[in-house]
Design a protein around this ligand. Structure first.
Ligand SMILES: NC(=O)c1ccc[n+]([C@@H]2O[C@H](COP(=O)([O-])OP(=O)(O)OC[C@H]3O[C@@H](n4cnc5c(N)ncnc54)[C@H](OP(=O)(O)O)[C@@H]3O)[C@@H](O)[C@H]2O)c1
Length: 219
């Protein structure tokens, strides 16, 4: 697929590298340091372009910028109509924030009218994501969104990137996968498929999620 990565830093850079390695046509974009962007693109088998040139032909747009850079990134990206967006952001730092009881996913989806919005790759640190890609057993990357077909496609990309996709639900019901790290949430925690299924079951039934699992991991 044609994938535009807007913000190819720690998280977006890893997603770009994993998807390029899986054979996707990846273009990285949005950087203050254009030379570093070009070096990254060359190293991972991707192209570098302006956000608008990356996004226009892309079927999928990965938005992976600091929270306060989202308005500038969206403005430079241009129209997102009909494009599948994978938002990796978390609401740290400055800039407009979700209201009380509103998820960051619902807040950001509303900032991208016409896009087929999903959120993923946001719950685990960048070093952990890089280290565990294609590991066995696979580490879960949670997905939320209100477009089931978009989520199915994103699940395939998450698999291609080397992780286990788990659909947590819609943008209004995904607070457990959002910052901050806290008891009763999956944000910041490693999950494997079986434990993730128990979380989904509890969340859909309106029950508290089971206690956070812990796993033995070599290295
Ligand atoms: N780091 C983590 O462990 C982690 C984990 C999960 C989710 N997240 C979330 O994922 C998002 C990305 O995080 P990250 O850690 O990958 O960030 P990062 O390493 O700082 O990467 C951000 C990217 O955006 C570019 N950028 C930033 N500000 C810009 C601006 N004003 N104009 C143009 N380009 C700009 C940067 O390029 P230049 O530096 O060249 O400008 C960089 O490539 C954040 O919302 C974060 O909360 C992070």
């Amino acid at each position: 697929m044609k994938v535009a990565v807007v913000g190819a830093g720690r998280i977006g850079g890893n997603v770009a590298a994993q998807l390029a390695r899986a054979g996707h046509q990846v273009t990285v974009s949005f950087a203050r340091d254009q030379e570093r962007l070009r070096v990254l693109a060359a190293a991972i088998g991707a192209s570098a372009a302006t956000p608008a040139d990356a996004v226009a032909p892309a079927e999928v747009v990965v938005l992976s910028v600091p929270w306060d850079a989202i308005p500038a990134a969206l403005e430079q990206a241009g129209p997102l109509d009909g494009k599948i967006v994978i938002d990796t952001t978390n609401q740290f730092g400055t800039g407009p924030k979700p209201g009380d009881g509103e998820t960051a996913a619902a807040f950001n989806a509303a900032r991208m009218p016409g896009a087929r919005y999903t959120k993923s790759f946001n719950t685990l640190t960048s070093s952990f994501q890089e280290r565990t890609a294609h590991g066995s057993p696979r580490v879960v990357q949670w997905i939320c969104g209100d477009d089931d077909a978009a989520k199915t496609l994103v699940a395939g990309l998450v698999r291609d990137a080397g992780y286990e996709p788990v659909d947590l639900g819609g943008t209004r019901d995904c607070a457990v996968m959002e910052a901050p790290r806290r008891d009763g949430a999956v944000y910041g925690e490693e999950y494997r498929l079986e434990d993730a299924r128990a979380v989904v079951g509890a969340a859909r039934a309106g029950r508290p999620i089971p206690p956070t699992p812990s796993y033995e991991r070599a290295s």
